[in-house]
Write a protein of this length. Structure first.
Length: 274
């Protein structure tokens, strides 16, 4: 991700007019400019800044040569400025994390799809079956995957309520295995997992678009977070696989097809930097 920062020297008497130019061309910018992700107006006593978010620095540079910028935006702002604007393009640090949020979301969906392949063809009794009291059923692992995903999202990126607070205690790994037997229905588990996935996409999408405070810092947090969620999903998929194959006698699906996913110590692992 990259940012285009344009600092404008505007007299207080002209700031309303400058804000009007910003509002007039904000949506055309987001709708038509290649790589455009966000646009924010920042105001302080000494100047006004317009902060644009782009997928790449090349997209930001290309926008500076576009008709929308040179003719419309510059034409509208020029009569209002006390001095030439200060224009700077920043490429965010630690590119692998910043530039791969969209790709990591795809890997998150891929990991969830693999989880579904492991259990969607099972009966409700098989999903909730466990070999003995001190063990965890496939259904518990499914709920735990979603519980951890939303716990991390709401604690590291957004203070939002749990989608199903009654499940949080049951699905936490601190809950001893002997107390993991009373599981919710398959329908409730499915709804919980789907809702959590929607919230992961919504929150990471906001971060990727720069729609948060401290956008660069949050991009780095989001990259680490997504990678942890993906590998946590695969970690429990391994234990689901063992119950499916060894105890229930069902064949296993093929491993996910991704250049980023391989097996390490028997576990599927997503490592985009290998």
């Amino acid at each position: 991700m990259a940012y285009l920062q344009i600092t404008l020297q505007v007299d207080p008497a002209h700031r309303a007019a400058a804000a009007g130019v910003y509002e007039k061309y904000k949506q055309p910018f987001l709708d038509t400019v290649p790589g455009a992700l966000s646009k924010k107006l920042l105001v302080r006593d000494e100047d006004v800044q317009v902060l644009h978010g782009f997928e790449t620095a090349a997209d930001a540079q290309a926008y500076l040569s576009s008709e929308l910028f040179t003719r419309d935006v510059v034409g509208g702002l020029s009569p209002l400025l006390k001095a030439d604007p200060d224009v700077r393009v920043y490429d965010t640090v630690w590119g692998p994390v910043v530039h791969e949020l969209t790709a990591l979301l795809r890997e998150y969906d891929r990991a969830r799809a693999y989880s579904d392949d492991l259990w969607k063809d099972l009966s409700p009794d098989e999903v909730t079956w466990r070999p003995h009291e001190d063990s965890s059923a496939i259904g518990w692992h499914l709920g735990h995957q979603a519980h951890v995903a939303h716990f991390m999202i709401r604690n590291l990126t957004a203070a939002e309520p749990s989608p199903d607070p009654e499940l949080d205690g049951l699905m936490d790994s601190a809950n001893p295995e002997k107390f993991r037997g009373a599981l919710p229905t398959v329908e409730r588990l499915t709804a919980f997992r789907d809702t959590v996935a929607e919230r992961v996409h919504a929150r990471i999408g906001d971060i990727a678009a720069g729609e948060t405070g401290a956008p660069t810092q949050m991009n780095i947090v989001a990259g680490h977070l997504l990678l942890a969620l993906i590998n946590h999903e695969y970690q429990h998929d391994q234990w689901i696989s063992e119950v499916r194959a060894d105890n229930l006698g069902h064949a296993l699906p093929h491993d996910p097809a991704s250049d980023w996913v391989s097996r390490i110590d028997g576990y599927l692992v997503c490592n985009p930097y290998a």
